[in-house]
Design a protein around this ligand. Structure first.
Ligand code: MN
Ligand code: MN
Length: 251
């Protein structure tokens, strides 16, 4: 006689945590919020958004503008994070500290697939579009879940930010179409003007330290054992950078 016992994993009752990469940018924070919201509206296991570090001035501007609370900051997964959805990244070098990649149950991303492995089948959606928020917005549509004004405003902001007003090389017509639909729901007549306001909040570098500027959007990579990191600073006017140049190079 063969007896098969199916026991539910101890973490079966844990909530789903939706989290973006370290040094969170607006797309990673908002994709976590909007995707957790979608998961909850669809029923099933309860989901909550988290961020892997303090949120930047641009993201604060967006969340304040649409009156959406800041997500919980989780910088270390020790003894927690049992059911995790990664958004806006899939590389271990960019994910929250001490996350057991076996606890990742889903990935939603628009970046290169950087060595992700899993011993079981998971939902893994990686699409060549300009922002993870575009994928999330499309998932609301596909699942016929209406998008609230706040969520539309958030996702619109994330797409405009990540695609630098739809001008980045990664931006696609799908991002542009999604921006039009979201702007209508959010009641924003002129997404371009709103986007410029948004990028100003992000590119205000005058008051930021050189260390903050260098590490603010820093992504670590492991290229077959060679560690490298790439940091970016976006400014509306290159002249803004002149007075900071020496201290940035030193840092
Ligand atoms: Mn990102
Ligand atoms: Mn992104």
């Amino acid at each position: 006689v063969m007896l098969l016992l199916f026991t539910a994993p101890a973490f079966a009752s844990e909530k789903l945590m939706v989290i973006g990469h370290k040094n969170p940018d607006t797309d990673s924070v908002i994709s976590a919020i909007a995707y957790a919201n979608l998961k909850n509206l669809m029923g099933g296991k309860e989901a909550f958004p988290a961020v892997a570090g303090p949120i930047n001035s641009e993201t604060r501007f967006v969340l304040d503008h649409f009156k959406v609370p800041y997500p919980e900051i989780i910088t270390d997964c020790k003894d927690q994070c049992k059911q995790v959805i990664l958004v806006d990244h899939n590389e271990m070098a960019q994910t929250v500290d001490n996350l057991n990649m076996e606890n990742v149950v889903e990935v939603l991303d628009h970046h290169r697939i950087g060595g992700f492995t899993s011993s079981k089948a998971i939902a893994f959606l990686d699409e060549p579009v300009g922002a993870t928020a575009s994928i999330v917005a499309n998932l609301y549509e596909q699942n016929k879940i209406p998008i609230s004004r706040e969520m539309a405003g958030l996702m619109l902001s994330a797409i405009l930010s990540d695609t630098v007003l739809l001008k980045s090389p990664t931006s696609t017509s799908r991002d542009a179409d999604t921006v039009v639909k979201l702007a209508e729901i959010a009641g924003i007549d002129d997404p371009k003007t709103f986007g410029i306001e948004l990028l100003r909040a992000k590119s205000n570098i005058a008051s930021r330290s050189a260390c903050d500027l260098v590490t603010g959007d820093l992504k670590k990579f492991n290229f077959s054992g060679t560690k490298a990191a790439v940091g970016q600073i976006e400014v509306m006017d290159l002249n803004d950078l002149a007075s900071k140049r020496a201290s940035i190079l030193e840092e």
